[in-house]
Ligand binder design. Structure first.
Ligand SMILES: [Zn+2]
Ligand SMILES: [Zn+2]
Ligand SMILES: [Zn+2]
Length: 485
């Protein structure tokens, strides 16, 4: 059952008691309700409902107050982090106050628009940090958890990691980048942890092994040093029928410290017979099963972070999606810089310093009416990924890729074809970012003419082409939540 009812404060409560594909349903648009109540007494079912209906990843419930049946209080584990309260009556004074506080604060900071489906790790991190700001939880404190991916985890992040919303490598890049930008601030060092280089998980077994053959079946014993004859060999060589006797001079050893001592520990390999003082420490990752030498592990500092006041403003700003790309991808540059660069390259080409062709690829999305749509961060992200050695920029509802096709023999045809093929692959990968009725197109411009035509070329960059070289339409089977890449 799913209904919408008013509380005494005239807030519209979406009430549901079983799993429901809310985001996909046309029947309950985002603007029809202010608060979500999940009335289900089963912990497992409530968790299932929360995996899609929650104030972070749901497009319709984003940032909205969310309550769960009071009988589940204390039983929801990490899901607690995304639940505002446990209640059965939405006219309860405390519940009403809480609802007003959250909605009031969200309105104040401007977090009340419907959000898009999440297509990338970065989009998810922005959504989650926006949610945390909305709930005034601006201290991100790692906690030690036995089953957690990296040992120390921020519980609300880990909850979504398990739902497959992001990759650990993206997480560390995100935290570092936010800190470098001053949007997060490390307030306290917690610990330095060594992570698996393959999967970045922390649950690693440390194995002492033979430095010669690498096997771990080794015996460890003490070395006995006989002062009188200076013999120093493993303890078992001194054992003669339960007596401690020197294998070299055959005297009986009596008093440790007087006639002998135990100066070292020695290891003997059961596989190859090698004896050694320092075993090699190898590691086995319990998550991905890969083995590494201990010195190959990735050191990672864990800190308590605080979202700074500058961070709060930037993260809430609708433009955060774009500014973040300049941090994440070395090849993304602001449009002014991109244009200047193209101008410079064009001048170099006409003065003969660059042999080859200068191309600018353009990608854009149009709707059914043929209007261009605002730039989607995921299209920029794909362009940065598919063209790692090219400069990427975005403006005028167009995503740009600059390229010099160099060939000293003057034949650039193959390079141009490859560039076109990559553009076609990129728009195919970007289909998942499309809404029904939309299509994504590309074309490319090639600089021709002479010095006097540079300005015309730069002006033409501002406009899409009426006849794209290639386009792909919306595809309902391009699963939007399939790849949190
Ligand atoms: Zn001896
Ligand atoms: Zn060995
Ligand atoms: Zn691993």
């Amino acid at each position: 059952m799913i209904t919408i009812q008013n509380n005494d404060g005239e807030r519209r409560i979406l009430l549901l008691d079983s799993p429901f594909a809310l985001d996909e349903s046309p029947d309950f648009p985002e603007y029809l309700f202010d608060v979500v109540f999940i009335a289900n007494e089963s912990v497992e079912e409530a968790k299932t409902i929360l995996s899609s209906i929650n104030p972070v990843t749901s497009t319709k419930c984003c940032y909205k107050p969310l309550f769960v049946s009071s009988s589940l209080k204390g039983k929801m584990g990490p899901y607690d982090e995304i639940i505002d309260g446990y209640a059965d009556n939405w006219n309860d004074m405390d519940v009403m106050t809480q609802i007003e506080n959250i909605i009031g604060y969200n309105t104040l900071i401007g977090l009340n628009a419907q959000e898009d489906p999440i297509l990338s790790s970065n989009q998810f991190f922005i959504r989650l940090t926006r949610f945390l700001i909305s709930r005034k939880k601006t201290i991100l404190e790692p906690k030690l958890e036995v089953t957690a991916s990296t040992g120390y985890v921020i519980p609300v992040f880990e909850l979504f990691y398990r739902m497959g919303l992001y990759e650990l490598s993206d997480y560390f890049v995100f935290m570092q980048s936010m800190t470098e930008k001053g949007l997060f601030r490390a307030t306290k060092f917690v610990n330095k942890v060594y992570l698996c280089p393959t999967c970045l998980h922390s649950h690693i077994l440390y194995i002492r092994s033979c430095p010669k053959c690498g096997q771990s079946s080794i015996q460890t014993e003490e070395v006995i040093h006989h002062f009188r004859c200076a013999n120093a060999t493993p303890e078992h060589t001194y054992n003669f029928g339960g007596q401690l006797r020197c294998p070299k001079c055959h005297k009986i050893l009596r008093h440790i410290g007087m006639d002998y001592d135990r100066p070292a520990i020695i290891h003997t390999c059961n596989t190859c017979g090698n004896t050694f003082i320092e075993p090699k420490i190898k590691t086995v990752c319990t998550c991905c099963h890969s083995t590494h030498d201990a010195d190959e592990l990735i050191p990672q500092d864990f800190n308590v972070y605080e979202i700074t006041s500058e961070g709060k403003q930037s993260i809430i700003s609708p433009n955060i999606g774009f500014t973040i790309y300049t941090e994440f991808y070395d090849n993304y540059i602001e449009y002014n810089r991109f244009v200047n660069r193209i101008r410079l390259l064009a001048e170099q080409k006409f003065s003969g310093n660059i042999k080859g062709d200068l191309l600018v690829g353009k990608m854009w999305i149009i709707n059914e009416e043929g209007e261009t749509m605002p730039i989607r961060p995921e299209v920029i992200e794909l362009a940065c990924m598919y063209f790692p050695s090219n400069k990427v920029s975005a403006a005028n509802n167009i995503t740009y890729i600059g390229s010099i096709i160099r060939n000293y023999t003057g034949d650039t045809e193959e390079g141009i074809i490859n560039f076109e093929v990559m553009l076609s692959e990129t728009i195919r990968a970007a289909v998942k970012a499309l809404q029904p009725g939309e299509k994504i197109c590309h074309t490319y411009m090639k600089l021709g003419g002479n010095q006097s035509t540079i300005n015309d070329f730069l002006k033409e960059m501002n406009f899409i082409s009426v006849t794209p070289d290639d386009s792909v339409g919306y595809d309902p089977s391009a699963n939007k939540n399939d790849e949190p890449a």
